[in-house]
Write a protein that binds this ligand. Structure first.
Ligand code: FPP
Length: 263
């Protein structure tokens, strides 16, 4: 019991101690507009590992640490929602051992990070198709949801088995079902209603989308929701992405002029 309390305290002190430069930057950033929702394509884990002569899964392991750092950085800034593209509907084509490893990460993250997420009042959820996911991965997601459901702070969502095109097709099918059963009138179908049938129905559209690793594309991520998002790309690989770079993206976001088609 005492040991558990001690490790909790050490963890708490570690996560709270920001470098003075970060502290200062954070205060400055808080004076400007803060994106409500930041979505991230966490790319480059495999290349990070290959550059070091390590197996690809070592890159995903390092990437999970970055997930922890960026979750803290986003939470410290007061961001309402952070969505992380963790496994796409196309990622099933990867070697089986890599897929298995990725499917085990939610359980590991639950074990290592749930206490801190609860302490930070963060809620955790998932966006994507549950159908193909293994039972143990779904159990971990359920564990996160149950463990954080009373929380009222930042919404951290893992996009798992997520693909924007299949999300939209699924939404269309559900709308057709509801029109046919009389629950929805065809005349009511508009952008707002469509939003409610997406996996992201509980989230505002992302204000900012970040992609690491130098690739400049969207890769079937939130095609509908990103319509008016600011996009920010960096050459760095996801395991090297840091609080500093995240805050640089936010600074750039604060300098953008968002007109939504107006002048
Ligand atoms: C893309 O890099 C990254 C992924 C497909 C997986 C990202 C997952 C994490 C960072 C961990 C998520 C954590 C939880 C708890 C779900 P890549 O492998 O495509 O890199 P490459 O383009 O260099 O090959």
């Amino acid at each position: 019991m005492i040991e558990r309390l001690k490790s909790w305290l050490v963890g708490y002190q570690k996560e709270k101690s920001l470098k003075p430069a970060d502290e200062e930057r954070l205060e400055l950033l808080k004076k400007g507009p803060i994106p409500r929702h930041v979505a991230i394509i966490m790319d480059g884990n495999g290349r990070w590992a290959q550059k070091r002569g390590m197996p690809r899964i070592a890159g995903h392991r390092a990437g999970m640490k970055t997930v922890r750092h960026i979750t803290r950085a986003a939470d410290d800034l007061g961001i309402e929602a952070l969505t992380l593209y963790s496994f796409s509907t196309e990622n099933w084509k990867r070697p089986q051992d890599e897929v298995n490893y990725l499917m085990g990460l939610p359980e590991e993250f639950l074990r290592t990070d749930l206490d801190e997420l609860v302490r930070r009042n963060i809620r955790v959820g998932m966006v994507g198709r549950e159908e193909e996911l293994p039972e143990h991965t779904l159990r971990a997601i359920e564990g996160f949801k149950a463990g954080t459901e009373g929380n009222t702070g930042m919404m951290l969502s893992f996009a798992l088995n997520y693909g924007a095109r299949s999300e939209m097709i699924q939404a269309v099918k559900w709308i057709i079902d509801d029109v046919e059963s009389g629950k929805v009138d065809k005349g009511e179908v508009d952008e707002g209603l469509f939003d409610q049938y997406l996996y992201t129905s509980n989230l505002p559209d992302p204000d900012l989308m970040i992609r690491t690793s130098g690739e400049v594309r969207i890769s079937n991520f939130m095609l509908w929701q990103l319509a008016y998002s600011e996009l920010w790309f960096t050459d760095g690989l996801w395991p090297d992405f840091s609080r500093e770079l995240f805050y640089k993206a936010i600074e750039d976001f604060q300098r953008r002029s968002r007109r939504y088609g107006a002048v």
